[in-house]
Design a protein around this ligand. Structure first.
Ligand SMILES: Nc1ccn([C@@H]2O[C@H](COP(=O)(O)OP(=O)(O)OP(=O)(O)O)[C@@H](O)[C@H]2O)c(=O)n1
Ligand SMILES: C[C@](O)(CO)[C@H](O)COP(=O)(O)O
Length: 239
């Protein structure tokens, strides 16, 4: 069935915060992983294009460490990359990068997606579904069910958990702007591993939506090979 709903951008101003302020220590590459080429262009360009191609057509805000902003400008020029976006300063942690971007958005009636620069395989369909769900529920966090069995370790022993109740969380994570703005006023703690954990701590319930096993995060060197294989799959086989 074709989606006959009008794009969410007819009803809400939409933003996408793409966080690219990390150093990629686990990648062990001199060049942070968001700038490494994937099928001929930097990872970050694939990610920004996915949002540009969504029906939600968000205004894109890119969080980049100041020391890499000149490199990014050079890469955009080299690759003729002209998708409009605003660059703001990345922070010391992912939380601080998101906070800088959230603080730059003054429209508290908007919808804001937060997405890792290093998840370049996100589909337009998932992006649009996440904005729609956040419009309805206030929050939308993409996740997939664990495909492996799960055990909880405890004092040298371990017990089996029901994997049907275990979700692996991805991005995009989309929120009504007022919810995200309030959540990011909280002081930072190490427990804030994603935006859902920050919003939940502020007292707001999280709605999960179906993500995709293809929406991998590029974290380790082998992830580049896996991402290229996924990109080269026929589009009709992407799940
Ligand atoms: N200070 C930071 C740290 C991370 N990120 C972003 O958050 C996303 C997810 O983080 P992760 O994969 O952990 O990236 P890095 O922090 O770069 O990697 P590592 O943890 O291996 O150092 C990435 O797009 C990364 O650029 C960010 O914007 N600002
Ligand atoms: C935000 C995230 O990508 C959701 O899976 C993840 O929590 C980032 O964690 P990392 O420790 O920075 O890889």
């Amino acid at each position: 069935m074709p989606n006959l709903q009008s794009p969410i951008s007819n009803l809400f101003k939409t933003y996408a915060i793409i966080v690219a302020g990390g150093s990629g220590s686990r990648m062990q590459s001199a060049l942070p992983k968001q700038f490494i080429e994937l099928c001929g262009e930097p990872v970050l360009m694939h990610t920004i294009r996915a949002f540009k191609e969504s029906l939600s057509s968000p205004q894109i805000i890119l969080a980049l460490h100041t020391s890499y902003q000149e490199l990014w400008a050079q890469l955009c020029s080299k690759h003729n990359f002209t998708i409009p976006h605003t660059v703001i300063a990345g922070g010391e942690t992912r939380f601080h990068s998101v906070k800088n971007a959230v603080d730059s958005i003054k429209d508290l009636d908007a919808l804001i997606a937060v997405h890792d620069a290093v998840r370049p395989l996100v589909s337009a369909a998932i992006i649009d579904e996440a904005y729609q769900c956040a419009a309805d529920d206030g929050t939308a966090v993409t996740a997939v069910k664990s495909r492996d069995s799960i055990r909880q370790a405890n004092n040298g022993a371990s017990t089996s958990l029901n994997r049907d109740g275990i979700y692996l969380v991805q991005t995009p994570q989309v929120f009504k702007a007022a919810i995200l703005n309030k959540a990011y006023k909280q002081p930072y703690t190490d427990n804030f591993t994603d935006d859902a954990s920050v919003v939940e701590q502020s007292g707001v319930a999280i709605t999960l939506i179906e993500g995709s096993y293809d929406n991998i995060k590029i974290t380790f060197p082998e992830d580049i090979t896996i991402a290229e294989a996924l990109i080269n799959k026929k589009p009709s086989t992407l799940s």
